[in-house]
Design a protein around this ligand. Structure first.
Ligand code: 2AM
Ligand code: CA
Length: 275
C-alpha cells in the first residue's frame, strides 16, 4: 500500500473535478435522459451517472486500492477494507443542472483512515475551483480564503437546503427558515450544498444549516470551511461522519455558538434525522 501523499492526491482530485465539470457542461448542450429517483423532486440524469463513472475510473486507474463512496453508487468494492476513501458527488445540484444550467458543482472529498484531508468543489459554469488540504489552507482558484471578518448574527447572510418532499414536510424542515426569518440579515437557497458551503468558506455567505445532508454533499465543503477558519459540526455540535447522512452547521466562528443555541433551544429542533 502506498503512503498517503497529499500533494499528489490533491492534484488528482483537482484534475477529476475540473474534467468532470467540463464534461457536464458539454453534455448539457445535448439532449440527455432525466429520471425520477424517488419522486418528481429528486432527479438523476444520464450525465450524473456518466460523470461519476469517469471520476471512479480515473481514481482507480491510479489508485486501485482506494475506495469511493459516490452518490450514484458506481464503485463496487468494499469500503471497509480501504484506508483511503474518496467521497464524491458528480453533480451536486442536479435540479439546477436540469432547470437553470448554472449553480451546480462537482464535489470531491478524500478521507484517510477516517480523517478528512482534501476537499475540492468545482463550479464549471463560472470556472471557480474551491480547494483545500488539511493544514494547508483553503483557496478559490489561486486566492487564499480566510474568514477573518467579525460577523454578528443579525448581520449574517445564511443559507439552507429545503427539500421538496413528504419526508421533509414531516420533519418540519421549514422551521429553520421560519426561525431565522427575523433573526438574520437574509436567507438564500442556492440548491447545491457543496457550492453553498464553498461560499461560506469564501465569505460570500456567512453560514449554512441543514437538518439532513448526504456525505457526498458536505464532505468537501467541511474541509473548505474549516481550512478557511470556519466551524463545521452537526447541529448538536458533534463532528460530521464520513459516510452517513447528517445535519450540518457550517459558519463563521463569531456567531457559531449563538446560532446553534438559538436553533436548538427555542424550537427544540431535532438534532438528527433519518433522511
Ligand atoms: P443533489 O443535487 O446531489 O441531489 C439542495 O437541494 C441540495 O440538497 C443539493 O446539494 C442536493 O444534492 C441535496 N439534496 C437534495 N435532496 C436531498 C435529500 N432528500 N436528502 C439530502 N440531500 C438532498
Ligand atoms: Ca448529486
Amino acid at each position: 500500500m502506498q503512503p498517503f501523499q497529499t500533494d499528489t492526491i490533491k492534484e488528482l482530485a483537482l484534475q477529476c473535478a475540473t474534467t468532470a465539470g467540463q464534461l457536464s457542461l458539454e453534455r448539457m448542450k445535448q439532449p440527455y435522459l432525466v429520471e425520477y429517483k424517488t419522486s418528481a423532486s429528486d432527479l438523476v440524469t444520464a450525465v450524473d451517472k456518466e460523470v461519476e463513472r469517469q471520476i471512479v475510473q480515473t481514481i482507480l486507474d491510479r489508485y486501485p486500492d482506494h475506495g469511493i463512496l459516490g452518490e450514484e453508487g458506481t464503485f463496487e468494492g468494499d469500503l471497509s477494507t480501504c484506508d483511503t476513501v474518496w467521497v464524491i458527488d458528480p453533480i451536486d445540484g442536479t435540479t439546477n443542472f436540469v432547470h437553470q444550467q448554472i449553480n451546480f458543482s462537482v464535489s470531491i472529498a478524500v478521507y484517510h483512515k477516517g480523517q478528512p484531508l482534501i476537499g475540492v468543489v468545482y463550479d464549471p459554469s463560472r470556472d471557480e475551483l474551491f480547494h483545500a488540504a488539511k493544514g494547508e489552507g483553503a483557496y478559490l482558484n489561486e486566492r487564499r480564503l480566510q474568514l477573518d471578518r467579525q460577523v454578528k448574527l443579525e448581520e449574517a447572510l445564511l443559507c439552507t437546503s429545503v427539500f421538496w418532499n413528504k419526508r421533509a414536510e414531516q420533519m418540519g424542515i421549514d422551521l429553520i427558515v421560519k426561525k431565522l426569518a427575523g433573526k438574520v440579515r437574509g436567507m438564500r437557497l442556492l440548491g447545491s450544498a457543496a457550492l453553498e458551503m464553498s461560499y461560506v468558506a469564501a465569505g460570500r455567505l456567512d453560514g449554512y444549516v441543514s437538518l439532513s445532508l448526504n456525505p457526498w454533499d458536505f464532505g468537501a465543503g467541511k474541509i473548505l470551511v474549516e481550512e478557511a477558519g470556519g466551524v463545521v459540526t452537526k447541529m448538536n455540535g458533534l463532528p460530521l461522519p464520513m459516510d452517513q447522512k447528517s445535519s450540518v452547521m457550517a459558519c463563521n466562528p463569531t456567531f457559531y455558538e449563538e446560532l446553534r443555541n438559538y436553533l436548538m433551544i427555542e424550537e427544540g429542533l431535532s438534532t438528527e434525522t433519518e433522511s
